[in-house]
Design a protein around this ligand. Structure first.
Ligand code: GCW
Length: 730
């Protein structure tokens, strides 16, 4: 475990112990605390506690008395088992197993039963796409209800069952559970940056959940992972790091992975693998007749990948395809052999095509550091239309690297003849790791609803990603997972809100992030309205809060590029990410005088971004270099805005802590203490962010803060003079 993580963990533990000692009498005095059984977060949102509302409990007990399933196979069996498990927990009664004609709840595929066919609207509902579902609730005798969960496919039925379970967890009246849903995009994919060693790149919740060395034995953690992913509509999971280890596609490893693929398949999830583009070269080194190249034009390389694909698809149930990071950050790729990214991807696409496989090719390249943002577009825009139709280009939401705010990548609006995916990040690499609460769904919503051709000209990113799913599931949304083998899965409990919201937003890209936060809070902490309101308010404002104390006006990347992207260090990214001087700050990315990035957008957006007068303030310093006294729309100067927001951000982090403390007794003691410790640590670190950033800007600008007087702060081994020179002691 990285040294800082140990430090962080000690900080968290110390805070938890300190809090527990101080708060013990306080909690003990709260009678209701005695009723709340301690939890550790392992159950995530899949908690099925007895329904607390007496009337609803009575209605559920009267109606949800039996289940019938049409159709066989592991997916439908898992769907029924999960539904049974949920009803048992929520009602305290075990539903009987009866014939469909008598059952209170009937689940199955529309083609498997006349009963199901009769309960769906022939015209309206049969446009269900591959993984869609219908839930109908019909009045039965003596006020009971009969419920039908129907899909075209087993995966559709499974998604429908989890949707019904979610409605029951939220205490929805049975008369209001009817719905018809299709997923917005075809591929709803987790990317795990899990290494063969068991470590996780940019992971802050322990080591890999996949336990490579214990495979082929399947663990409870494997099963609970598959359940959790299926419950939020995830249908694809890349289990290893994009900085791929070729070992993952060796025959021996494939034999170990086979049961995991079968488990995923039984929960409607296709297993994918990241592959090392140089695998033919790496894996034949000790052969009698090694392949000395990875050139996609080489016949032996093509033959090797074709044979390897055949082996993989034959061994791994429901295998989806390969995720590829090539010619990026030192990874091998087709450019090493004078081939284009498209030529490199298409060779792999031909290898997997006979098996219905796909290739997801990442556009994250930044070998030209003059402007990281501009290089990706220049590399990929000319290749639009050159990729085979089972290749999907996966692009990070912004042109830099998962910052708390970036302009939406211009490639989405440009690659109109290429299947695309957007890559979002659930693990908080640049947004506070597993210490800072930073609910990212509001940002994801901004990205997905971004009109790509101009402020009022679509299609939006979501519409572009949805197009493919109409024809075939060859577009989608990927998220870099925040899961690790910590017992709470995400390293800090509120981090699971990002996991939950990601899956739900992939299914329905129009969902309001606040609604998702409320769903998650109620499923995770129960239906206490005070808890729901307080935690939803915290989550809903947490991204802006993190941005306020860490990143002025879209600048971002104030952490050490070669480090863990956690500690503030604005000096470390001078020139790479900002051009701060005594006169001003920002990065000129205009077409007229800067890197030209703003010119990569369609004209309607270029006209907005090109001028500081029309550029949105929240992206001002991403697109422009301006003088410290440049006036924002708020009337504030840039430098005063930087001072104000960094102090206000810390005040917000303090409010989170106090709001959480006020919930003592309404959340079980174990989770309350755990989350209290996280907020305590976050506040401490937010202060460090504030002091370093405002100290840095005072150092350069020498502009005095018009609103507050500062003082010298001694932080650990570092003394930062706020209002003076930032001095690093030897
Ligand atoms: O942000 C950078 C990260 C790398 C990551 C890379 C990528 C998996 O620092 O850890 O490598 O992006 O997205 O490929």
């Amino acid at each position: 475990m990285a040294q800082y993580q140990l430090g962080r963990r000690r900080l968290l533990q110390a805070s938890a112990l300190a809090f527990a000692a101080a708060a013990a009498p306080w909690i003990a005095s709260t009678a209701s605390a005695a009723r709340l059984v301690d939890e550790d977060g392992y159950d995530l949102w899949l908690r099925y506690p007895l329904v607390s509302d007496a009337d609803r409990l009575e209605q559920y007990r009267r109606s949800l008395t039996s289940i019938a399933r049409h159709g066989d196979g592991p997916v439908l069996a898992n769907a029924e088992a999960e539904l049974r498990r949920a009803i048992e927990g929520l009602t305290g009664h075990t539903p009987a197993d009866v014939r469909a004609s008598k059952a209170a709840i009937v689940v199955g595929r529309v083609q498997d039963s006349a009963v199901l066919r009769s309960s769906v609207d022939e015209d309206r509902d049969f446009r269900l796409r591959e993984q869609g579902f219908v839930i109908t609730s019909v009045g039965a005798r003596n006020g009971r209800r009969r419920i039908f969960v129907i899909g075209h496919t087993e995966r559709g039925v499974l998604s429908g069952v989890f949707h019904l379970i979610r409605l029951l967890q939220l205490h929805t009246p049975l008369s209001k559970v009817s719905t018809r849903q299709n997923p917005a995009v075809g591929l709803r994919m987790m990317n795990h940056w899990d290494n063969r060693s068991g470590s996780i790149e940019r992971g802050y919740a322990g080591t890999t959940i996949f336990g490579w060395d214990d495979l082929p034995v399947i663990s409870d953690r494997h099963v609970d992972y598959a359940r959790a992913m299926a419950s939020i509509g995830i249908n694809a999971s890349v289990i290893n790091n994009v900085n791929a280890d070729a070992d993952f596609i060796t025959s021996g490893m494939l034999d170990k992975l086979a049961p995991l693929a079968a488990l995923f398949h039984s929960w409607g999830i296709s297993l994918w693998l990241s592959v090392d583009y140089a695998s033919p070269l790496v894996l034949t080194t000790d052969d009698e007749d090694p392949i000395a190249t990875a050139d996609p034009a080489d016949p032996r390389v093509r033959q090797w990948w074709s044979a390897k694909a055949g082996e993989i698809f034959s061994k791994l149930d429901g295998f989806g395809g390969f995720l590829v990071k090539a010619n990026s950050e030192g990874r091998p790729g087709p450019l090493d052999y004078g081939r284009t990214h498209a030529e490199g991807a298409n060779m792999l696409a031909k290898a997997v095509r006979p098996h219905g496989g796909k290739i997801v090719w990442r556009s994250f390249v930044h070998e030209d550091f003059s402007d990281w943002a501009e290089y990706q577009y220049r590399t990929f825009a000319p290749l639009d239309g050159d990729f085979d139709d089972n290749v999907i280009l996966q692009t990070k939401y912004g042109p830099i690297d998962f910052q708390v705010r970036e302009p939406v990548h211009p490639l989405f609006g440009r690659m109109r003849r290429t299947h695309q995916m957007v890559e979002l990040q659930l693990t908080q690499e640049y947004t506070g790791h597993a210490m800072h609460t930073c609910y990212l769904a509001p940002m994801w919503r901004e990205v997905l609803s971004f009109p790509t051709q101009g402020p009022v000209s679509g299609p939006t990113v979501a519409e572009i990603l949805a197009e493919g799913s109409l024809r075939k599931p060859c577009t989608g949304i990927a998220g870099v997972s925040n899961f690790g083998n910590d017992h709470d899965w995400t390293g800090y409990q509120l981090g699971a809100a990002n996991t939950y919201a990601f899956g739900r937003m992939c299914w329905d890209t129009d969902t309001d992030p606040r609604d998702l936060a409320e769903e998650w809070v109620r499923m995770t902490f129960g239906t206490d309205a005070k808890v729901t309101r307080a935690v939803v308010d915290i989550l809903a404002s947490s991204r802006e809060t993190y941005e306020a104390y860490s990143s002025p006006l879209g600048l971002g990347y104030f952490t050490n590029p070669g480090g863990d992207h956690f500690e503030p260090n604005p000096r470390a990214t001078l020139f790479q990410s900002h051009h701060t001087t005594a006169e001003g700050t920002g990065f000129d990315r205009t077409a007229a005088t800067g890197s030209g990035f703003a010119g990569q957008y369609p004209k309607a957006w270029q006209d907005v971004y090109e001028s500081p007068d029309t550029c949105p303030d929240e992206l001002l310093l991403f697109m422009h270099w301006v003088r410290y006294d440049h006036r924002l729309r708020s009337g504030s100067t840039v430098i005063q805005h930087i001072y104000d927001t960094h102090f206000q951000g810390v005040e917000e982090a303090h409010r989170f802590l106090l709001a959480w403390r006020a919930l003592a007794g309404r959340v079980d003691g174990q989770r309350h203490a755990d989350i209290e410790a996280a907020f305590t640590a976050q506040l401490e670190h937010a202060r460090l962010w504030r002091d370093v950033v405002v100290g840095f800007y005072f150092d350069y600008s020498r502009r005095v803060d018009e609103r507050r007087s500062w003082f010298q702060v001694a932080l650990g081994g570092r003394r930062v003079l706020l209002g003076g020179r930032a001095n690093l002691l030897p």
